[in-house]
Ligand binder design. Structure first.
Ligand code: COA
Ligand code: AMP
Length: 631
């Protein structure tokens, strides 16, 4: 089948198409209803099916005789550890942990937060929850207690599963005190905190709610997989939106596992038994879909990497991992390649390793600039495939479907619409735009299986954020255009979301935090272009008049505040002080114009601006040589 045929079938006979894909999984009860609607009239897939994601990821392969195949390779340059776990070993650990969670009183329908570094126990915890129908919510380990507390309050976990520490390159980060602080900050109090002690020397203060992970696992009976309904929430994953409050993306079980199995073979072209490596973190959607569930469901060996593309110990790490574990297909963010390219522009490290196992390199998480793609292709002559998706979709929406047909690559484009996604480009009034006209990237409903069901306990926000702008269509929040051959080019977010080193962050949230500083009268946070990280935030701050604070001190305190409240991962380092902010006559801050000024792009002065003289002032403070002086 070629791309056009399979794509057309997925759109024109979508129920038949996805029913066929669902049959490739083992269900306790095969769904008889393929597409229906929920109580809010939103499309649902496989509503009456019953299955278990952990069963599909582990038990099934053991029953099929693959118990001795390596399921997880934990490669941790920061602890100089490589450890391999077979499917049987993972299943035993996961089933015992699941038994332990049941003994703590967790049951199907409860939620649990997982706040862990990149260690196998993070994947075990996710799978253990899935095994007993507990909905997990993994929080990225780089988020500060305040962020963790917001998520605890929103999803009200019965338990938190954490580890004693994480390692950031060469820095030990004690996680347990962060969890304790988050619980203090939160209104909702989890009953138990399960702590995996890595014994790396971090402080692990003991609290009454603590349970030792090892003791729990070794003292528990193995729990069986509990069948759940196809629409049962496998997980909630918080992502940045356009307000200070993150959005809890709700993922179902049946649609998601069907889509993941399909995507592993048809997009990622990964055969059962091959080695797949997504160099991301379990705290992001990539980690959920393509470190844990996707590869394991497809019976692949997945690499769980605790390190960075550079400095752990150097820019050769990726090539060492590919060589050592014979990785067949890899996924990373363009920013990782940019970081490597900066350290090793001539690719000298690449030449030192045998990378012949590697067939395809996938890139996503942010726009892939042409220079990075070209550098990769020059040094590693295999297909380097940009593709586009979001936390909301859970799996790719635009790609070159490598398991179907390898279409010619057009640098700058993420490829063509993936099966099941009817992608259109709309103008402001909902009119469909023609080739090469830039507009909003929208997708005709129903979205295919695996995409978001709702926002956790916030259907109004779900509708307002994604469905109401263009009725009948899902609004992605991205801008872009299609060329005459239906290749799609994503040009960037059209809202207050920015993408910093592949990490999705909200400038609105940063603004709320900056504005809370006692010396700040008003502020704006914008995302500006950055050679390494794609984008970085920049805060423009107007100080309160009469405040007795040195400018440098204010800048320093604002940076600290954001680090404390969101985490260092926000990467806010640039704070510039201005006398006033450019606004429209109705008082709206002209953020887009400031972005263009900072990026040195041309822009039109809005006719509604209240005072044109301010443009020169802003231009002077935003000159690029000035930005960065506070790093
Ligand atoms: N726990 C604690 N802190 C963390 C963290 C974690 N899990 N992850 C990041 N941080 C901290 C870093 O230590 C750093 O702190 P610092 O300001 O005190 O130095 C800050 O957050 C920014 O980190 P990062 O964005 O990783 O920047 P960096 O300069 O350390 O590294 C790159 C730059 C490009 C190498 C790195 O961003 C990278 O590997 N990016 C790829 C990320 C990725 O794969 N994203 C894909 C998601 S799909
Ligand atoms: P996240 O939800 O964290 O995965 O971030 C999703 C956002 O990242 C998208 O809405 C895009 O803005 C951006 N993004 C992801 N992949 C790409 C890509 N290949 N090209 C351009 N932008 C991308």
């Amino acid at each position: 089948m070629n791309y056009c045929d399979i794509y057309n079938k997925s759109i024109n006979s979508s129920e038949e198409f996805w029913a066929e894909q669902a049959k490739k999984l083992e269900w306790y009860n095969q769904p008889s209803t393929i597409l229906s609607k929920d109580k809010n009239d939103y499309p649902l897939w496989f509503a009456d099916g019953e299955l278990n994601a952990c069963y599909l990821a582990l038990d099934k392969h053991i029953q099929d005789g693959f118990g001795d195949q390596v399921a997880i390779i934990y490669d941790s340059p920061v602890t100089q550890t490589v450890k391999k776990y077979t499917f049987s070993e993972v299943k035993t650990e996961v089933a015992k942990l699941a038994g332990g969670l049941l003994s703590l009183g967790l049951e199907k329908g409860d939620t649990a937060v997982i706040y862990m570094p990149m260690i196998p126990q993070a994947a075990f915890a996710m799978l253990a929850c899935a095994r007993i129908g507990v909905t997990h919510s993994v929080v990225f380990g780089g988020f500060a207690p305040h962020e963790l507390a917001i998520r605890i309050d929103d999803c009200e976990p019965k338990a938190i599963i954490t580890a004693s520490s994480g390692i950031e390159i060469d820095r030990l980060i004690a996680y347990k005190p962060l969890v304790d602080e988050a619980i203090e900050l939160a209104n909702h109090k989890p009953e138990k905190v399960v702590v995996f002690n890595r014994k790396l020397g971090a402080r692990v203060p003991f609290k009454k709610y603590d349970v030792d992970y090892d003791a729990l696992v070794y003292g528990s009976e193995e729990a069986n997989c509990i069948p759940v309904n196809s629409t049962h929430p496998l997980y909630i994953l918080y992502t940045s939106g356009t307000t200070g409050k993150p959005k809890g993306i709700v993922r179902d079980t049946g649609g998601y596992t069907t889509a993941l199995k399909f995507s592993m073979q048809h997009i990622y072209d990964t055969k059962e038994g091959e080695v797949f490596w997504a160099a991301s973190d379990v705290g992001w959607v990539v980690g959920h879909s393509y470190i844990v569930y996707g590869p394991l469901i497809n019976r692949n060996t997945t690499v769980l990497f605790e390190g960075k593309p550079i400095r752990t110990p150097d820019a050769s790490t990726f090539w060492r991992v590919i060589n050592e574990h014979k990785v067949n297909v890899m996924f990373t963010a363009p920013t990782a390649i940019r970081a490597i390219k900066k350290e090793d522009p001539n690719g000298d490290f690449i030449k030192q390793y045998d990378l012949s196992s590697l067939r395809i390199q996938f890139l996503a998480g942010e726009r892939c600039d042409v220079a990075t793609l070209e550098w990769y292709r020059e040094h590693i002559p295999i297909p380097a495939i940009d593709h586009w998706w979001q936390t909301e979709s859970g799996w790719p929406m635009i790609a070159n479907m490598m398991g179907v047909e390898y279409l010619p690559i057009k640098p700058g484009s993420a490829g063509k619409a993936v099966t099941g996604y009817d992608i259109r480009i709309f103008g402001e009034n909902g009119q469909e735009l023609g080739p090469n006209e830039e507009g909003y990237v929208v997708i005709k409903l129903p979205l295919p299986p695996g995409t978001l069901l709702d926002l956790w306990k916030d259907n109004e926000r779900f509708k307002a954020g994604y469905l109401n702008k263009f009725p009948g269509y899902y609004f992605s929040g991205d801008g872009g255009f299609k060329d005459s051959e239906d290749y799609i080019y994503i040009t960037g977010r059209v809202d207050d979301v920015i993408n910093v080193a592949g990490h999705r962050l909200s400038t609105a949230e940063m603004e709320e935090i900056v504005a809370s500083h006692h010396s700040v009268a008003e502020c704006a946070v914008i995302g500006i272009n950055d050679e390494l990280k794609g984008q970085i935030p920049l805060a423009l701050v107007v100080a309160k008049s009469g405040e007795d604070i040195e400018h440098f001190q204010l800048q320093h305190e604002v940076v600290q505040l954001v680090r404390e409240q969101i985490g260092a991962v926000a990467s806010l380092r640039d704070v510039v002080l201005v006398q006033r902010l450019p606004k429209t006559r109705s008082g709206k801050i002209l953020r887009k114009m400031m972005r263009s000024i900072a990026d040195g792009e041309s822009f039109q002065v809005p006719s509604t601006i209240d005072d044109e003289a301010i443009i020169d002032e802003i231009r002077t403070v935003l000159q690029h040589d000035k930005i960065g002086c506070f790093k």
